[in-house]
Design a protein around this ligand. Structure first.
Ligand SMILES: [Zn+2]
Length: 303
């Protein structure tokens, strides 16, 4: 299991809800899909690294800062002899590599930023950071192309690329590297986690207001608004998914808190947001059973 699990960023989660509830500007939509694709790739890689049996610390998704420069590490694995880190790419389709210019193109001729540039930058920054905190471990940096539909023509053999067909063997080899961790490795892992920056300074969100967003409960599987209440369940008219009403209401509350952290959670607010639940009484009961109640009478809110 990962020592530091991967958590989808607030920015991603907010964009995900906004995409369903408003017409988002094109650039934000594109950003959402880019983030989504990235996560899917990273999670594909996570399912493989989770199988490692050797003594190691796996740290997923670190945002670090050294000399005031921020950099991101998709996956970092500490074994006793070295620190391995990976830039995970989920590109699909056909690309080719121009070795003379060190440029990656998507076929037929669209230039694509070379992941090696990013990798080298992160490697250098990580090395500085490790030195600053007193570690001189060797670093091994690699770009992992995880998507099985990715092909790189004219791939250079001397670059630190791991291709989809190689990932499994690569990890097998890593797994068989003798590794015995000690307290110093644990201290390094803990230190890196403590240095991780929770709030990404590059977060960009479209502006939105409560009034502007479409209200109504959505299906947790297919995002459809076609939800009807049947007894204690909420049923999706599109995919048939069933969810206990209580769970669905609590999910809606989490959504409101995510989008509007300053709004007070009241029965009428949640009632309006959920839409399909007919009576405020049901909402009040669910909120009362799951949150602390503050205020009294008409001014009750929940935290
Ligand atoms: Zn559905």
């Amino acid at each position: 299991m990962a020592y530091k699990p991967r958590i989808r960023s607030k920015e991603y989660l907010i964009l995900r809800v906004l995409k369903i509830r408003m017409t988002m500007p094109k650039k934000d939509k594109q950003r959402y899909f880019r983030l989504k694709k990235g996560y899917e790739g990273e999670e594909m890689f996570d399912t493989l690294t989770e199988k490692l049996q050797c003594e190691c610390y796996i740290l997923n998704d670190l945002l670090l800062k050294v000399n005031n420069i921020t950099f991101q590490v998709d996956t970092l694995i500490i074994i006793s002899s070295k620190v391995c880190f990976y830039e995970v790419k989920n590109n699909e389709d056909d690309y080719f590599y121009d070795s003379e210019k060190d440029i990656l193109y998507k076929k037929p001729q669209k230039e694509y930023s070379n992941p090696l540039t990013q990798l080298n930058r992160s490697e250098s920054l990580l090395r500085q950071l490790l030195q600053n905190i007193g570690y001189n471990f060797p670093i091994e940096a690699q770009v992992v192309f995880i998507n099985p539909k990715f092909t790189l023509y004219q791939a250079p053999m001397d670059k630190p690329f791991i291709f989809p067909t190689q990932v499994e063997n690569y990890l097998k080899k890593l797994d068989s590297t003798p590794s015995q961790l000690n307290g110093r490795h644990k201290m390094l892992a803990d230190k890196l986690i403590s240095l991780h920056i929770e709030k990404n300074p590059y977060t960009t969100l479209p502006s939105y207001t409560y009034g502007q967003l479409r209200k109504g409960m959505t299906c947790e599987v297919c995002d459809s608004f076609s939800i009807s209440v049947q007894g204690k369940k909420c049923v999706c008219g599109d995919c048939g998914h069933e969810e206990l009403m209580e769970a669905a209401v609590l999910r809606s509350v989490r959504e409101i808190k995510l989008l509007f952290p300053d709004l007070k959670i009241t029965t009428s607010l949640v009632h309006e947001w959920c839409g399909v639940v007919d009576s405020e009484r049901r909402i009040r009961r669910i909120l009362g059973e799951n949150f602390k109640i503050f205020g009294n009478r008409r001014w009750v809110f929940y935290e």
